[in-house]
Design a protein around this ligand. Structure first.
Ligand code: MN
Length: 256
């Protein structure tokens, strides 16, 4: 089998310590190319830039910075003819901050993996609870990252499924193990700050309070709380199959 070719992206920008570690881990297992935003793009979700041109600047060996979203980066990395070879796997992260439970729907990190998955490649998103780990602390994640990538190299992933990986805070001691989880649930508090600007106009600022997590055994949230590496399979088709049948009986009848 030929060497795997990894396309590495993130939403924290190409300078982030997290993406440098991820690209480094990938380079141990194959060829790693980084195509990532030129600045922080967190919570950009799965947005694709269509209404303005995108610039791609080389930033050293096998690294390109894009003035766009993680989705733009992965799309260009796969379809844009930037890399000298076609990537065979997409890695996104390591995000500094978790992407657990409902956070997944806002996440630019997970969206980078989603774009890879939609374009037919196996894709893994990596996030870490700590927002400011030093290099040595982040380095302790290496064996886990490597083991997860190797598992996917050996076994592939089902079509339309990506992996969402979350690490506990490496600053707070050892990690106890790794576990497969389901997506958990967040509880949102009073998150909106309402104030008045100097011209007497009201403004709102989202994000005043950190949401808490519902405790739920087997969830991504619980696994990270128990200092385990959480690996959640995320499916790209959002249809609620359980409700589909009930819904079809509830819709107004068309034959009258
Ligand atoms: Mn981020």
């Amino acid at each position: 089998m030929s060497n795997p070719v990894f396309l590495v992206s993130n939403d924290d920008g190409y300078r982030s310590a997290g993406i440098r570690l991820l690209a480094d881990c990938a380079a141990d297992l194959g060829d790693a190319y980084t195509v990532a935003p030129d600045r922080e793009q967190s919570a950009s979700s799965h947005s694709l830039t269509l209404h303005r041109p995108l610039r791609v600047e080389p930033e050293g060996r096998r690294v390109w910075a894009v003035d766009g979203t993680p989705t733009d980066c992965v799309h260009l990395g796969i379809r844009g003819g930037i890399l000298p070879v076609e990537p065979t796997m997409v890695l996104s992260g390591i995000n500094l901050g978790t992407n657990l439970g409902d956070e997944v729907t806002y996440s630019g990190t997970v969206a980078g993996a989603m774009e890879g998955c939609l374009l037919g490649l196996p894709a893994i998103a990596f996030s870490c609870m700590s927002r400011d780990p030093d290099g040595e602390q982040l380095d302790t994640l290496r064996p886990w990252i490597r083991a997860i990538i190797e598992m996917v190299l050996d076994n592939g992933l089902p079509r339309d499924t990506l992996l969402n990986v979350n690490f506990p805070d490496p600053r707070r001691g050892p990690i106890h193990g790794i576990t497969a989880t389901h997506q958990g649930k967040m509880i949102y508090g009073a998150q909106i700050v309402e104030k008045t600007d100097p011209r007497d106009r009201k403004y709102y600022w989202i994000g005043g309070e950190i949401p808490t997590n519902e405790q739920e055994p087997g969830s991504d949230v619980d696994a990270v709380r128990e200092r385990m590496v959480s690996v959640t399979p995320i499916h790209m088709n959002l249809t609620d199959r359980d409700y589909l049948e009930a819904l079809s009986t509830l819709l107004p009848s068309t034959d009258d």
